[in-house]
Design a protein around this ligand. Structure first.
Ligand code: LAN
Length: 744
């Protein structure tokens, strides 16, 4: 039995078709019923919360998803009762035992509808956006949620009293001011000791005038920063002719869908009505008197602790004109632009059933909806109902997730990991449930407005989370397809995803390939590289265009190779060409030291595994010259070998991502170790001792029940913000052990 603290028990995860919501003492198990059940807390409950959600970030800022996991395990866990296969040698037997235990444990975390829920927190700038939406619209969260959010925010305060952009980061103005404001919105008094210290941090670092532009935006909405201190978002840009390279339809979809509602808020200069809290915050956040601040002077002021990307001279020059235009703007044109933006926002809300593409859009679209339609409107209440899809409870409190979950992604990995060896076949029910979710999550229809609003055709694709979110992703489609083909091949399930749907998935993947041979994330690269010069965010890099990535490319190449193996007749020539171009792209991305840089997880071990996996799978099949593959695999293996630590493991920190150089963690990490092992085994690296030492580390770190510890944060986006993938600590060790057992 795992130790569950008293108030953890009162929080329950409700799941329906992949949607998940945390409910406090739910009277019913349906999500809709719960959303209308707003609870109050007693004084005892509040103090019990404080006791039960104590969390020491100095030990490890990453929580271990214990609230969800402990409940799931205690309710259902049983040791594996079947026959464990006999291995050929004692080492392989130990690995087989650990693998069975690992899959057995992990299967108890699977939701009834087949996906793996999990903590997807990490960034610290998301919850503040939602709280500002709730404040301006006067739609407070229920008290249990508010208390849990406070605990979370306090738990993640750094020793120097500030907060980072993400839970492992050093304090920044963005992180600190946003959490500070959040705590004040949640009702914490300004004289609270931790807030006094935070204020001192803010003032010592120049005050909130130095908050980066996304923070300026949120503060302006809250009426704690003047819109004049914010560079114009030039809403008329949405009326540009489509052929212009700077038309926003060409932006990376996340930037497009964030700058869209931001432009509406800017055009309307939305700001919360002045009240006591706002007047007080204006005094709390600045080093000078609020009324005396020369706002236009601070449009480009950024605290040096925050600065990651420097605004380009071209952008500054453009800002000069667009800021000037605000003084003479044509109101007819402005109205035309905002009408268009509202139409676009409505389409996004309808297409995603109000989930929206991601967490930032979720908050800002809600603000727009409240402004356009009013608090009592059906549209706004639909937004509010979806706020809960983004909240997650762990032992560090309540956080906002980086997406409405990672449901499809984690399910595909779990499935592929299990099916890598015969051992996974011991869990047919788990695999059947995975299949049911994968089947359900594939996108089956196009939205009527998809072409009008620049959506890539998506029938046959898979999203990262749920079909309601419904934004197709190239590599999620690839992982969904590879998992489906593996399940079909296993003979363990009754196939429901027919040939037509498989072919649609292949067609989507083909349609996503860029001219450089690689694959990007959600769409094709739609603009030339120079558009990046217009990146207005000082805290992220490469956000303007959807670039080709090693990981996305490798996943697509592997899925197409799987398809060629399953059905060589389907568009054979086209697939061959696509695979060949993809392999060339991967080779080109390899660094002289043999590694690949990973854009979506930490970091070189992640992308090196992807690169190697695709190349190794293509070896001997004639797509590209085998000597080039062998040379690349040797270099990659040599790179990984050189990074193995004395204890047999591998470990990187998030700084690998932001600094773009391999940055070794003090301790080995199970997730990095699993990726390195998967790569070395795929590359067929001959030195068995190296592999055995890595596997031993995974065995040593496994808990008695079959879990692995939550170590450093694993995910990243835009180079500089980290994100938690709670399920990686299970799926990747399981996958590595599976491969080891297969090869032993
Ligand atoms: C994700 C999550 C999944 C991720 C992978 C599938 C792992 C990757 O291979 C492709 C890119 C993708 C889909 C991805 C892109 C960026 C996202 C959506 C996120 C990291 C989750 C959150 C992040 C989003 C941009 C956060 C909001 C921040 C902004 C800067 C808008």
């Amino acid at each position: 039995m795992l130790k569950i603290k008293p108030s953890w028990k009162n929080w329950q995860l409700l799941t329906e078709k992949g949607r998940h919501i945390w409910a406090y003492k739910p009277g019913s198990t349906t999500i809709d019923a719960h959303l209308h059940n707003v609870g109050q807390l007693t004084a005892e409950e509040i103090s019990q919360f404080a006791e039960d959600f104590q969390f020491d970030k100095n030990e490890n800022p990453n929580s271990g998803d214990q609230v969800f996991r402990h409940a799931a395990i205690n309710a259902k866990y049983q040791a594996f009762a079947g026959q464990i296969p006999k291995a050929h040698n004692p080492e392989a037997q130990l690995a087989t035992d650990a693998l069975v235990k690992g899959i057995n444990y992990y299967s108890f975390l699977q939701s009834p509808e087949g996906h793996w829920p999990g903590d997807y927190g990490g960034p610290l700038f998301l919850l503040p956006g939602l709280l500002i939406a709730s404040y301006i619209s006067n739609t407070p969260f229920p008290e249990p949620h508010r208390e849990m959010m406070k605990l979370y925010l306090f738990n993640h305060q750094n020793k120097d009293a500030g907060w980072g952009m993400h839970i492992e980061g050093q304090s920044t103005m963005f992180g600190t001011v946003m959490q500070y404001v959040s705590l004040r919105i949640l009702g914490v008094d300004k004289d609270h000791g931790q807030l006094q210290k935070a204020r001192a941090w803010i003032k010592a670092n120049g005050g909130a005038t130095g908050i980066p532009s996304w923070g300026k935006f949120y503060l302006a909405i809250l009426n704690c920063y003047d819109w004049q201190g914010f560079n114009s978002l030039f809403p008329e840009m949405w009326l540009f002719p489509k052929w212009l390279p700077v038309h926003p339809w060409r932006y990376w979809c996340h930037s497009r869908m964030v700058y869209l509602p931001m432009a509406y808020c800017y055009a309307m200069r939305i700001k919360a009505p002045e009240d006591a809290l706002i007047l007080s915050l204006r005094e709390e956040l600045y080093s000078q008197d609020f009324a005396s601040i020369d706002w236009p002077k601070h449009r480009n002021t950024v605290c040096e602790k925050d600065c990651y990307t420097i605004l380009s001279p071209v952008l500054k020059w453009m800002n000069f004109f667009t800021n000037g235009y605000e003084k003479i703007k044509c109101s007819w044109l402005r109205k035309k632009a905002t009408d268009y933006i509202v139409k676009y926002l409505n389409a996004e809300d309808a297409q995603t059933d109000y989930v929206n593409i991601g967490p930032v859009s979720k908050a800002i679209n809600s603000i727009c909806s409240w402004h356009v339609y009013g608090k009592g409107s059906e549209q706004f209440s639909k937004h509010v109902a979806r706020w809960y899809d983004y909240l997650w409870v762990a032992e560090d409190g309540m956080k906002m997730s980086g997406y409405n979950g990672s449901q499809l992604w984690d399910t595909a990995f779990a499935t592929r990991a299990m099916l890598e060896s015969e051992v996974g076949r011991l869990f047919p029910e788990t695999l059947a449930k995975s299949y049911a979710f994968i089947d359900y999550a594939q996108i089956k229809a196009e939205h009527p407005t998809h072409a009008e609003f620049f959506r890539h055709p998506m029938v046959g694709s898979w999203p990262f989370s749920t079909p309601e979110n419904g934004w197709p992703v190239a590599d999620c489609t690839a992982e969904g397809l590879s998992a489906t083909l593996a399940l079909h091949q296993s003979g363990l399930i009754v196939p429901k995803i027919d040939d037509q749907r498989i072919q649609q998935a292949v067609d989507v993947i083909l349609s996503y390939q860029n001219a450089d041979g690689g694959w990007a994330t959600y769409e094709l690269s739609r603009a030339p590289k120079w558009l990046e010069k217009l990146n207005p965010s000082e805290v992220f890099a490469d956000i303007m265009i959807d670039y080709s990535w090693t990981e996305c490319t490798a996943a697509c190449v592997v899925a197409l190779l799987d398809m060629q193996a399953a059905n060589p007749d389907y568009r054979n020539e086209q697939l061959q060409k696509a695979i060949t171009a993809g392999l060339h792209f991967i080779l080109k991305q390899q660094k002289p030291d043999g590694s690949w840089y990973g854009g979506w997880a930490v970091c070189f071990t992640y992308a090196t595994w992807f690169g190697v996996e695709a190349l190794a799978k293509a070896k001997g099949k004639g797509y590209i010259d085998d000597t080039a593959i062998a040379a690349s695999l040797n270099k990659a293996s040599a790179f990984l070998m050189a990074k193995q630590k004395a204890d047999g493991g591998w470990g990187e920190t998030f700084e690998s991502c932001s600094k773009l150089v391999y940055t070794e963690a003090l301790a080995s990490q199970v997730v990095n170790t699993a990726w390195a092992l998967l790569a070395l085994m795929a590359a067929d690296y001959g030195d068995k001792q190296v592999i055995d030492a890595g596997v031993n580390l995974l065995l040593d770190r496994q808990t008695a029940l079959g879990d692995w510890p939550q170590e450093n944060i694993s995910g990243v986006f835009n180079y500089n913000c980290m994100i938690t993938y709670a399920n990686y600590r299970n799926s990747f060790p399981i996958w590595a052990l599976s491969r080891y057992c297969k090869q032993s």
